[in-house]
Design a protein around this ligand. Structure first.
Ligand SMILES: [Zn+2]
Length: 465
């Protein structure tokens, strides 16, 4: 069971999160200026050096606070994105930008992704400042813009301001601290590697005509595109287990003897494709709430996200287009992906390429460079501190390095050789995960207390003199 009793520190994190939620930083437009200004008012009275960097669009604003150490070690950095995804307000049961606390939860857009993490990270750094803890290294807190979308993200920031964000290692969002039905935490996932998001475009052409005289479906742009999408939507790419996914499944099996453990054993029978496929079906049946995540960890995935065609109700359109968002496991290439899509579609009349404003070759190279970014080593002081201090807060928990199924802001550091560890620093369950980018996003107050305790302990461990 959780060991963190209610305390003043946890309460401060909750109060800060409520304030952060009240800044509507929906992206688009991703205006984080007011939130950055607010953070400055929180850090400056503590004597912490601060910086505000405004992007050319005037909206994406990055905030950096640097708590000085004696410089004997390189800095540790905590990064939290300040922007959030938009809301469908009518589907929420509470006002999404009010920071309401109700029934043991803080509700609001960003409560879990990632203003909750921002509150935990910011409070940990403020607390070091308040207590005047002597530090061997600088502790940097970064509230960043344009993580959910937009071009002025951490990669943009790193181009001109790398000196402000350079560190020995960093924390950002990523792994889940999963809570069992009994409330106990048995697994703390720390992401050390991410999938690569690739956007493909399928295009078809056909004769334009009057809708009163339909043409055979296999001749029209729409007919050809629909046939291609039908094949893609039922296509199941094969299982590929990278070491982190293996570790994740092993931990899952240890905690869930019975059907889950049996299914995992079958999935590990790599030489036997049929047993493996059967194992996956059994695992999905045994872990229905986790099924989308587990599928994402084991496969390159493809989602049809946009379909565009037609100008008028009575005109057969001459062009149709679909956008496919693929997520590639480390080591997979875009050449393999495009070959696979072409093979599944099996129709030369369907053009498959990257959806990109720049050239195909430049895009190919960009993805290639991304997929070659090394994973973060677990042989660092910061990773060890995450492990040691997790055991102090959640005695039953095992810390597991994992693959993150989505992309984050980590690439700016990882591509420069700085290890980044991704965490949502609070216990959560499948219900809470549904609120992420969904409706009634929330996080448990108790989870915020535990995360506050954990991250502060981690900072003491890596930065205290
Ligand atoms: Zn996020």
């Amino acid at each position: 069971m959780p060991v963190t009793a209610p305390n003043a520190e946890g309460a401060r994190t909750v109060a800060l999160l409520q304030q952060l939620i009240r800044f509507d930083t929906s992206n688009p437009t991703g205006d984080t200026a007011a939130l950055a200004a607010f953070l400055r008012t929180q850090f400056e009275p503590l004597g912490v050096q601060t910086d505000v960097i405004v992007a050319p669009n005037g909206k994406a604003v990055h905030f950096i606070a640097r708590l000085k150490g004696d410089g004997s070690k390189k800095p540790v950095l905590l990064a939290a994105h300040a922007d959030v995804v938009p809301v469908e307000r009518d589907k929420w049961s509470v006002e999404p930008f009010a920071g309401i606390e109700k029934d043991g939860f803080v509700y609001g857009r960003g409560a879990m992704d990632f203003k909750g993490g921002m509150a935990v990270f910011a409070r940990a750094v403020m607390r070091l400042a308040e207590q005047k803890v002597p530090l061997a290294r600088d502790v940097i807190f970064l509230a960043e813009a344009d993580e959910e979308e937009g071009q002025y993200n951490t990669s943009w920031l790193a181009k001109d301001h790398w000196d402000k964000m350079d560190a020995e290692f960093a924390l950002n969002e990523g792994g889940y601290i999963l809570q069992g039905a009994d409330g106990a935490v048995r697994q703390v996932n720390v992401t050390t590697v991410e999938k690569t998001s690739v956007v493909l475009r399928l295009r078809t052409n056909g004769p334009v005509g009057h809708a009163s005289r339909p043409l055979p479906s296999n001749e029209t742009a729409n007919g050809k595109l629909i046939a291609a999408l039908e094949k893609l939507s039922v296509h199941e790419p094969g299982i590929r287990l990278i070491p982190q996914t293996r570790g994740y499944l092993e931990a899952l099996a240890r905690q869930n003897p019975g059907p889950t453990a049996n299914a995992v054993r079958k999935i590990f029978a790599v030489a036997d494709g049929r047993t493996q496929a059967l194992g996956e079906r059994e695992l999905m049946a045994a872990q229905p709430a986790n099924a989308p995540l587990l599928r994402a960890l084991m496969h390159n995935t493809m989602a049809i996200t946009m379909i565009k065609s037609g100008q008028a109700a009575n005109v057969i359109p001459g062009q149709a287009e679909a956008i496919i968002n693929a997520r590639l496991l480390p080591g997979a290439t875009t050449d393999q992906l495009i070959d696979e899509v072409r093979r599944v579609v099996g129709d030369d009349a369907v053009n498959v390429d990257f959806a990109t404003p720049v050239s195909q070759e430049a895009t190919r190279k960009y993805y290639q460079a991304k997929s070659n970014i090394p994973e973060s080593s677990t042989d660092t002081e910061l990773y060890r501190a995450l492990r040691t201090q997790a055991a102090a807060v959640w005695p039953q928990a095992q810390v597991v390095p994992v693959l993150f199924e989505a992309g984050t802001d980590a690439v700016a550091w990882r591509e420069r050789g700085v290890p980044v560890y991704g965490i949502y620093p609070y216990p959560l369950d499948a219900d809470i995960l549904k609120g992420m980018h969904g409706h009634d996003e929330r996080i448990a107050v108790r989870s915020l207390y535990e995360g506050t305790d954990w991250v502060y302990r981690v900072l003491l461990d890596v930065a205290k003199k």
